[in-house]
Design a protein around this ligand. Structure first.
Ligand code: NI
Length: 183
């Protein structure tokens, strides 16, 4: 179908979520994708490329309900974020890639030698640790958030070392990116 053509009037089609119209949608009867004119305007201005995706009806239904639940305005936004998430995880697989890690740790500061150990480890890798914040959660428990930038292999190593320290109750490494290689 020529994307410049007006899509036929179909009841119950278009963006199922209201708000911003979905730049592309699927007509279940004709089994065809349609692209909105608004999307073409965007296309002329920048480097946006449209593509069709073949998808099982049930899978699309599940995806749509996920999109609605998570609050995306349309499918395209959700798909873009899924792609970016996958690209970030690929960056993390390359050990030499410059990445960003955010590590959160919860621990009891009264546990023997724990605070000293955590501080000692952080001082060892001073070049990679960009920032750290300590929050006293209650009389015993502390939350430490450590932001690191550098090779993914090294960030993982520091995170593992801190997380495996005895008496750290809980922790999680969020693996993100500097964003320089992702559009
Ligand atoms: Ni504290």
């Amino acid at each position: 179908m020529n994307p410049e053509e007006s899509p036929p009037q179909l009841s119950g089609h278009g963006s199922p979520f209201g708000g911003t119209p979905d730049p592309f949608w699927f007509d279940f009867q004709k089994k065809e994708y349609y692209f909105s004119k608004e999307f073409n305007k965007e296309d002329e201005m920048g480097s946006v490329i449209r593509f069709g995706v073949s998808l099982n009806k049930e899978l699309l239904k599940e995806f749509d309900s996920l999109v609605e639940k998570t609050g995306y305005k349309n499918r395209s936004e959700a798909i873009r974020d899924l792609i970016r998430e996958r690209l970030v995880s690929e960056e993390w697989k390359e050990e030499e890639k410059e990445t960003v890690g955010i590590l959160g740790l919860v621990y009891d500061h009264e546990a023997r030698e724990l605070t000293e150990t955590l501080i000692r480890i952080q001082h060892q890798y001073i070049d990679l640790i960009v920032s750290s914040t300590h929050i006293h959660l209650d009389h015993h428990n502390c939350l430490e958030v450590i932001i690191m930038k550098g090779k993914s292999s090294l960030i993982r190593k520091i995170a593992d070392e801190l997380l495996s320290t005895r008496n750290v109750k809980h922790g999680k490494l969020i693996m993100t990116t500097t964003g320089s290689e992702i559009a």
